[in-house]
Each structure stands twice: as structure tokens, then as C-alpha cells.
Design a protein around this ligand. Structure first.
Ligand code: SF4
Length: 295
């Protein structure tokens, strides 16, 4: 049965777990726009989630719960039944998410819930979870590379075959056009592939992206030389982040993705002025949020 798990290179090291680390979301932010990284990881400016992001978080939570059920019970109807308790638990932890629906009538909330059901239906059209026995869902993985760079993230699902072959699965529920999100998604999957390869000594056999919005999936097979190169890329990104962190020089890098940026009003590229640089944060500028994990 699937379980919520944590896998670290240095188990039990609470001090290590708090050390600055690179997550796939923040690494992507820096690659896309250093100033966006600063706003999120250094200034830690609040961002109001969109309903689509909340729906993604909800669907991820339901799929995690689904795999905690006995295999024969993982049916579409059971998944739909899990929506309400999952939403109740999420809003219990973050009441501000429920407030986004304040002022909406029951029909509007029902429509939003129904759009989450459609994503679940789309998931069942892609695979039959009764035939799967994942090793873990929402697996926290963390490792320190030989270079000293610490990588940290959450894998949506890890399938391990009896032969030991590893498949990394990620559910995509976002609304951004796929051609925009695909490079970012593959970056994220290679990030996890490096972490798992270094943790377990096995190159994952498959990286699988499941796009629930359009009901398609994409599978990719990495190889060791590629992961070795990608590891060097991650190290270079972390060095660039540290350099910018020392000087506060996080420059804007405008692109089509600015349409999804919550901080345009503070961005010089849009006539804004960033707040004074607060200095490099302690203890951890790499943390991911549940919303990051549900893009
Ligand atoms: S609006 Fe664009 S350029 Fe400005 S911080 Fe956001 S992503 Fe960067």
C-alpha cells in the first residue's frame, strides 16, 4: 500500500533538514526570472492562490488518499467521495483558502468541485489505479550532492517494479498552455531523477507526466550521462542563486510567463519598484508549498 514517506541521504538529521536547499519549483523560478525567485524565496511575498491552483492541490490530495485505499477499492466513485473530506482537511489547515469562496453561492462552489471531478475522471481514463501498487505518494526526498548543494522536493508518486525499476510519476493539473509548462515539468522530473539516482544508486527507468487537464501523458527515459550533466546544471543554478543572494542583484527577466506572475506591480519591467532587499533568508530559501506541488 502507498505511504507518505520521507527519504533523505542523512536520515534523522533535523539540522540538515533545515539547511538551505534547492527545490525544483524555486530552481525553475530562478531560471525563469531571478527577480521572481527573490520575491518568492527571499522576500517571501504572499501570493493569493487561484481557484485552479486550489483545485490542483485538492486533486493531488484525493489521488494520494486513493492510493491509501485497498487496491480493489480505487474506483472513480470512491475518488469523488474523497473530494469533500480532502477539501475539509485542506481548509482546516489553511482557512484562508476557504475564504476565496466567500460570497459565492452553492452553484458556483458546486461548479468548481465538478471541475475537480473532471480531472479525476481524466486520471481514470489514463490508468487503472487498481493495477498499481506504488511504493510511496507525496514522497519527500532530499540529498546533499558531493558539491555541497542540497536538493529537496516532493515526488507525487513513486512506482517500483519487482525488478527494482523506478518510475517517477507527476500529475499536472494546471491551466497554463502545455507548451509553456512542458519544459518546466521536464526540468522538475529530471530534478527528482537526480535526487533518486543519488539516493538509491539507480537511474529511474521512466519519468511520467500525467496531464489531467487534457487527459494525456508523457513518458521520458533518462540516462546516467544526462543526469550527470543535469546535476551540474543544478549546481550552477545554486551557485548563481548564492551569488545573487550575497549582492541582492536579482534581475527581472520578462517573458510570456509574466502573465502568471503575481508580482508585476513590484517589477521594474512593469513600472514597479521592488521592496528593499532584506538579505539572504535563514534558515531555508528553498521550501516548496503545497501549491507548488500541484501546478
Ligand atoms: S513580472 Fe515577469 S519579469 Fe517581473 S518579476 Fe514577474 S516574472 Fe519576473
Amino acid at each position: 500500500m502507498a505511504q507518505i514517506a520521507t527519504e533523505e541521504a542523512q536520515p534523522g538529521s533535523r539540522t540538515a533538514a533545515r539547511r538551505p536547499a534547492l527545490s525544483p519549483s524555486r530552481a525553475s523560478d530562478f531560471k525563469q526570472c531571478p527577480l521572481l525567485y527573490r520575491f518568492r524565496a527571499v522576500d517571501r511575498l504572499p501570493e493569493v492562490p487561484t481557484k485552479a491552483q486550489l483545485r490542483g492541490t485538492l486533486v493531488h490530495s484525493v489521488l494520494e488518499r486513493l492510493f491509501a485505499l485497498p487496491q480493489h477499492d480505487r474506483l472513480p466513485g470512491r475518488a469523488r467521495e474523497l473530494l469533500a473530506p480532502a477539501w475539509s482537511e485542506l481548509t482546516g489547515e489553511r482557512p484562508e483558502w476557504a475564504e476565496l469562496f466567500a460570497g459565492e453561492d452553492d452553484a458556483q462552489v458546486a461548479e468548481w468541485l465538478s471541475s475537480a471531478e473532471k480531472l479525476l475522471d481524466s486520471y481514470f481514463a489514463l490508468e487503472d489505479p487498481r493495477r498499481l501498487d506504488p511504493e510511496a505518494c507525496e514522497l519527500h526526498v532530499e540529498i546533499e550532492l558531493d558539491s555541497g548543494v542540497r536538493l529537496r522536493g516532493y515526488v507525487d508518486r513513486l512506482d517500483v517494479a519487482p525488478t527494482g525499476e523506478i518510475r517517477v510519476v507527476d500529475y499536472k493539473t494546471g491551466t497554463a498552455p502545455r507548451e509553456i509548462g512542458e519544459a518546466k515539468a521536464m526540468f522538475q522530473m529530471k530534478f527528482y531523477a537526480v535526487v533518486l539516482w543519488r539516493l538509491r544508486g539507480i537511474v529511474p527507468r521512466q519519468l511520467k507526466l500525467m496531464y489531467l487537464t487534457d487527459g494525456q501523458s508523457l513518458a521520458y527515459t533518462p540516462d546516467e550521462p544526462e543526469l550527470r550533466r543535469f546535476e551540474r546544471t543544478l549546481e550552477a543554478i545554486w551557485q548563481a542563486i548564492l551569488k545573487a543572494g550575497r549582492t541582492g542583484d536579482f534581475r527581472p527577466s520578462p517573458s510570456r510567463l509574466c502573465d502568471w506572475c503575481a508580482h508585476q506591480s513590484l517589477c521594474p519591467s512593469f513600472g514597479g519598484t521592488p521592496p528593499d532587499y532584506p538579505g539572504w533568508p535563514e534558515p531555508d530559501p528553498g521550501e516548496e508549498t503545497p501549491l507548488d506541488r500541484a501546478d
